[in-house]
Design a protein around this ligand. Structure first.
Ligand code: ZN
Length: 193
């Protein structure tokens, strides 16, 4: 990198350049707001750099927006449960402990996500539940010993879920626009060449 571009990069990455990032992000159509706990450069990198946050593979096409991380396919399946795995896992111990709460509740409690590239036919198979959150939630549930406390727990988790769901939808909407634009650019390139 040349001296000048290094300087430029340092300026961009410095805190005082926040407005530069905010301005650039405002130019990107329907770009979602920066995730809590991230700064602008980190968030832009999450959106555009297809590098896996776990293993550095350069074909990381899935963004788990809530986690603020990108995943390649092997890492995605390592760190997330599919719907079927989630049901099988969660049905056992927690179900015996709290038999009144069935799977329909989980859809709006556990922070699952669909990737932006999932097709309609594959919706069921391609719901991903972060394993560490599932484990943490289940540990919490197993400690709960009354219906009142359990109802409170579900209400709280549902509020978290709802907050995340709105944010995630905005992110997915941008991702879909972004993918469509990339494909269009590729088509144009092919028809010109
Ligand atoms: Zn990976």
């Amino acid at each position: 990198m040349s001296r000048t571009s290094k300087d430029f990069r340092n300026i961009l990455l410095s805190h005082s350049a926040r407005f530069v990032w905010q301005k650039s992000m405002a130019l990107e159509e329907s770009f979602p707001p920066v995730l809590k706990g991230m700064n602008e450069p980190q968030f832009v990198s999450l959106a555009f750099d297809e590098i896996c946050d776990r293993c550095c593979a350069t074909d990381a096409h899935t963004i788990a927006w809530r986690e603020g991380a990108r995943y390649c396919k092997p890492c995605l399946y390592k760190h997330f449960y599919t719907y079927e795995q989630f049901v099988a896992f969660d049905q056992s111990e927690v179900q015996r402990h709290q038999p009144l709460y069935r799977i329909s509740y989980y859809d709006v409690v556990y922070p699952a996500f669909l990737s932006a590239t999932t097709s309609l036919e594959r919706r069921q198979e391609e719901v991903f539940f972060p394993r560490n959150t599932v484990h943490q939630y289940n540990v919490e549930r197993l400690r709960i010993d009354s219906h009142e406390k359990l109802a409170k727990w579900f209400t709280e988790k549902h509020a978290l879920y709802a907050e995340y769901h709105g944010y995630h939808s905005a992110c997915i909407a941008w991702e879909q626009v972004h993918h469509a634009r990339k494909e269009e650019a590729l088509r144009r390139e092919q028809s010109n060449g």
